[in-house]
Design a protein around this ligand. Structure first.
Ligand SMILES: [Zn+2]
Length: 229
């Protein structure tokens, strides 16, 4: 009786689908669900498209491949080479930032000058639409440059932060390490995957593409292809 109860509990334990909500069918654009199926009396997990039945992969093999590729991507973005690249990017951004700052000062000075010149008119106007054209134009230019300047600053600061993190990472770990360890909690593995995966696309029954993204740096990522025989 006890034996029976224990087996029942084990069987009812839910299967954890690591790639839930991460994988999409390229053909029909549906999110692919994880399913439990019975094969030779044993329950196994598969990822299968509801619309395209041939788009189907064994749970274990696909998850393992994704983890392998994810670890490779982590290694790339944590490598000293990436750090060098990033520090070059940061230097470039610093100089762009400086230029935008100067540009901003110039436009501000011109606007002040224009306002001083038009002061008599400005004091008389009753509606914004009566503003002198030169003032309106300079104000628009100022807003545009301020926008670029702020966006630039955000990206630059984010890269500086990432660079700092990388530096402390390299102080702690001299050699490359495996970020995702099979022994980790499944939910933690999923979180780590979500940090770096933009999307996984089931192209066909033989091919899956993974689109990676850097967790902090916009527009930086890569594509890996998994092929199944
Ligand atoms: Zn489909």
């Amino acid at each position: 009786m006890q034996q029976y109860t224990r087996e029942r509990i084990e069987e009812e334990e839910p299967m954890f689908f690591l790639l839930k909500d991460l994988i999409e069918c390229f053909e029909c654009e549906q999110i692919i669900k994880g399913k439990k199926i019975k094969r030779l009396g044993v329950k196994i997990g598969v990822y299968q498209c509801d619309n395209c039945n041939s788009v189907k992969y064994g749970k274990e093999i696909l998850e393992q491949e994704v983890i392998n590729q994810a670890n490779k991507f982590f290694n790339d973005i944590l490598s000293p080479m990436f750090k060098e690249f990033l520090s070059r990017v940061v230097d470039e951004q610093a100089s762009i930032h400086k230029k935008l700052e100067q540009e901003l000062d110039r436009v501000k000075a011109r606007l002040k000058n224009e306002i001083a010149q038009d002061l008599d008119i400005l004091l008389e106007i009753e509606d914004v639409s009566d503003l002198p054209e030169a003032v309106v134009k300079l104000d628009q230019e100022l807003k545009k440059i301020t926008g670029s300047y702020n966006r630039m600053k955000d990206k630059w600061f984010e890269n500086i932060e990432t660079l700092k993190e990388l530096n402390s990472f390299h102080d702690d770990f001299q050699e490359s390490i495996q970020i995702i360890d099979e022994e980790m909690e499944e939910t933690l593995i999923k979180e780590l995957l979500e940090d770096i995966i933009q999307g996984i696309y089931a192209m066909s029954k033989n091919e899956v593409q993974i689109i990676f993204k850097h967790p902090h740096i916009e527009g930086m990522g890569g594509k890996e292809i998994i092929e199944f025989a």
